[in-house]
Design a protein around this ligand. Structure first.
Ligand code: PA5
Length: 477
């Protein structure tokens, strides 16, 4: 489906940041003067964004526009295989798993896997194995039939131990059960066109392969086949999702931050961070958007958490993303957010129109503390509770903003994800750090390789061996 320009406007996201401002929350808010004092920095950051895009350093920005062939390939592959399989299992981690989980939860039925295949539109169930917990994979084998399962091994680097270990287990299992030739039809790879082991293995074994463009990093890859294939495999309209992202791309080109939600999100977060708000709580008021917070957490944390800036100074930058869910976490974390320290900003995400309506029956009218709920819809209840939390935060002087989706669909989700990606890139420019590398993650990966004596990691092994011995007096039990 493709939206008209009028429809696109109707599906535009709304960002309300009144409650980030001093004139609303008081002392710990942001003033107009603080924003305007950044005008030079903002202009510089905008210029850098344009230059990086033009120089091929932000290839993820072009994904909404340059994937016609990729989309066609994915759609024809899905049509070819979906009838033969009951389950589609993603093997991936981090940027190769969080996007597929987030999109599936947002768009599809919340109990998708429990629906009959007919009710799923003929599409397979989706499982995402994004950990090496031995229980998880082993239990998974008890609920899937390998003969009716397609495994999608996703790894940009093609060498991540977690994903490759899963791949090795699955490959052997399939070959034992089905024989080599048949097993190959049950594996599809998504990886770089030349780097890493996975592409080499895929070529040797003759696996169907989708390519992650070289210039697109893991956490910015949801709109590549990393996310598009699992989504299309579950009946999600990937063209509409790309179209939503494309619309946000258009809106995010505006240098005027008062008209550019992505830039404004970055600017407000940047000022909040400088004020000591080291945490950014994301709290969607919709179960469907619960995993947007997980996806965002990786994007924001891994992109902005950097020891050194672009000039080589130690800056220890970053803002810790915290995941919450409305209204559930009103009964756990919100007490801290309202009455605790002024060390966080809260991003509420709301939905104007839910896909279902649930009315509370008009019973217990003689009990005033229950009767007031009778006849009210849960739609109204969740929206009211969201406003109530916003008010409680405002009253206690806690900076917060609200992003509203007119409704949750592929288009608005595409807009939302793309908006956060641009915001992350822009925040990186404001912080003068490289938002697109992840040396801290690499360090952990390399230490794992060294501990397993992987060839080439001998120096790392020596470095690890030189770490301080643990003292018994600091260990209890
Ligand atoms: O954003 C990133 O680069 C990382 O979080 C990766 O997505 C994650 O480490 C998985 O890497 P790969 O896709 O190479 O297996």
């Amino acid at each position: 489906m493709i939206y008209t320009d009028e429809q696109k406007k109707n599906y535009r996201l709304k960002m309300d940041f009144n409650n980030m401002m001093k004139s609303f929350v008081g002392e710990y808010g942001i003033s107009d003067a603080e924003i305007s004092s950044l005008s030079n920095k903002i202009a510089k950051a905008h210029k850098a964004m344009l230059e990086k895009r033009a120089n091929g350093k932000m290839d993820w920005r072009d994904l909404p526009h340059n994937q016609k062939d990729v989309v066609a390939d994915i759609k024809s592959y899905v049509d070819e295989v979906k009838g033969d399989i009951d389950a589609f299992v993603v093997l991936g981690i981090g940027g190769s798993a969080l996007g597929p989980i987030c999109v599936q939860q947002a768009i599809n039925h919340p109990f998708y896997n429990e629906l009959s295949k007919e009710k799923r539109g003929g599409y397979p169930k989706l499982y995402v194995a994004d950990n090496v917990d031995p229980e998880r994979l082993s239990y998974l084998f008890e609920v899937i039939d390998p003969e009716k399962t397609l495994f999608n091994c996703i790894s940009k680097s093609g060498s991540t131990s977690e994903t490759m270990s899963q791949f090795m287990i699955i490959k052997e299992l399939l070959e034992e059960k089905l024989g080599k030739a048949e097993a190959a039809k049950h594996i599809v790879c998504t990886t770089d066109i030349e780097k890493g082991n996975l592409i080499k293995i895929a070529k040797e074994e003759g696996y169907k392969t989708f390519i992650i463009p070289s210039g697109v990093g893991g956490r910015f890859s949801e709109l590549t086949p990393v996310g598009l294939l699992p989504a299309a495999m579950c009946g999600i309209d990937i063209e509409l999702m790309l179209d939503g992202a494309g619309y946000m791309d258009e809106l995010s080109g505006n240098e005027n931050i008062y008209e550019n939600q992505a830039y404004m999100f970055a600017v407000l977060s940047y000022i909040a961070l400088k004020q000591g708000k080291n945490m950014s709580v994301m709290m969607p008021y919709a179960d469907s958007l619960k995993y947007v917070s997980d996806w965002f957490a990786q994007l924001w944390a891994e992109s902005l958490g950097k020891k050194t800036d672009n000039d080589g100074n130690a800056v220890y930058a970053g803002q810790t993303p915290v995941k919450a869910l409305g209204v559930t976490d009103q009964h756990s974390q919100v007490q801290l957010y309202t009455e605790g320290p002024f060390d966080k900003m809260v991003v509420l995400i709301g939905v104007d129109k839910f896909r279902r309506t649930m009315t509370i029956p008009k019973i217990y009218q003689d009990i005033p503390s229950l009767g007031f709920l009778g006849g009210v819809t849960q739609n109204k209840l969740i929206a009211t509770e969201q406003m109530a939390t916003e008010y409680a935060l405002l009253k206690s002087g806690k900076a917060n903003m609200t992003i509203t989706l007119p409704e949750v669909n592929e288009f608005t989700l595409g807009e939302l994800l793309y908006m956060f990606e641009v915001a992350t890139g822009f925040a990186g420019e404001l912080l003068n750090i490289n938002a697109f590398d992840q040396p801290g993650v690499e360090e952990g990966k390399n230490a794992t390789y060294a501990m397993f004596d992987r060839p080439g990691y001998e120096e790392k092994k020596k470095e690890l061996a030189a770490r301080p011995e643990k003292l018994e007096k600091y260990i209890i039990g």
